[in-house]
Design a protein around this ligand. Structure first.
Ligand SMILES: O=C(O)CCC(=O)C(=O)O
Length: 258
């Protein structure tokens, strides 16, 4: 496992930031949007996760919440009705949009696109429970799921501290250059790509408010949550250039899109 390159210093140099993003298909930004900016949303997610029976009440917002003993997601996670309820209660709240629309984040996305981004292109709030390695997100490319623009980017943000053992995101830098790869697997959200054993994923211990940006063709996965009793809490937001058409057809170069 490689350490993810910290690109925060490049945010002051748009050309260098764009070159780095095009080269690796990902950017790791420390402190953008930052712990203070995500605190109201982190509080909301914990409150909802507690009401749904996933976590115990906890006053310290930055450290990962404690799992409620026995809590588990059914099926692949995505088909558990409580997962849907988490989304329904968190995503419409203005505190959710406030993080995805944080001016520093939007500025970075705008540098990548060279134009205004379109927001709300497939946003998710996630909790990753301990003791559930079968629910760990497998290596995949977002374009497999999102379709449409090949220039769609995701921002993955830790809402509480996410050391490596809590299972933050891991990415395969440069993998976007191979285009869309075949995906296989059964069940909602379980389709993934085969990655050769020699593939070196990159990850870093994150703190609340750190973000990882990635192109929709960059292969990424989650690391397993290996803690005994802590829950990883994160959000991901998707953006595409405003000038590109919105459609759901997958563009993979092997099939003619409608
Ligand atoms: O947080 C995870 O487990 C996976 C996130 C992911 O795959 C994404 O944001 O595209």
């Amino acid at each position: 496992m490689r350490t993810l390159l910290d690109c925060t210093a490049l945010t002051g140099d748009p050309d260098a930031l764009r070159s780095q993003a095009m080269r690796d298909g990902c950017l790791f930004l420390r402190g953008i949007p930052g712990a203070e900016a995500v605190a109201p949303l982190a509080a909301l997610v914990r409150q909802v996760a507690e009401a749904l029976g996933f976590v115990l009440p906890d006053a310290e917002i930055r450290s990962p919440p404690c799992v409620r003993p026995g809590a588990a997601l059914d099926g692949t996670g995505y088909d558990d009705p409580r997962w849907l309820e988490l989304q329904q209660r968190v995503l419409p709240d203005p505190r959710f949009a406030a993080v995805g629309d944080h001016p520093e984040l939007l500025r970075v996305i705008e540098i990548l696109f060279g134009e205004s981004p379109l927001t709300r292109r497939g946003d998710i709030c996630r909790i990753a429970l301990p003791g559930a390695p079968h629910l760990t997100t497998p290596p995949h490319q977002d374009h497999w799921y999102t379709g449409g623009s090949m220039n769609l980017w995701t921002t993955w943000i830790a809402l509480s501290d996410a050391p490596l053992e809590l299972g933050p995101l891991a990415v395969l830098p440069g993998s976007h250059r191979a285009g869309l790869l075949p995906h296989g697997g059964e069940g909602a959200g379980r389709q993934g790509v085969h990655v050769p054993d020699a593939s070196e994923f990159a990850a870093a211990p994150l703190v609340a408010g750190d973000s990882i940006l990635l192109n929709c063709l960059t292969v990424h996965c989650a690391l397993p949550n290996l803690t005994r009793d802590r829950v990883r809490v994160s959000v991901d937001y998707r953006y595409q250039p405003a000038s590109e058409p919105i459609h759901v057809a997958r563009v993979d170069g092997t099939r003619a899109g409608p």
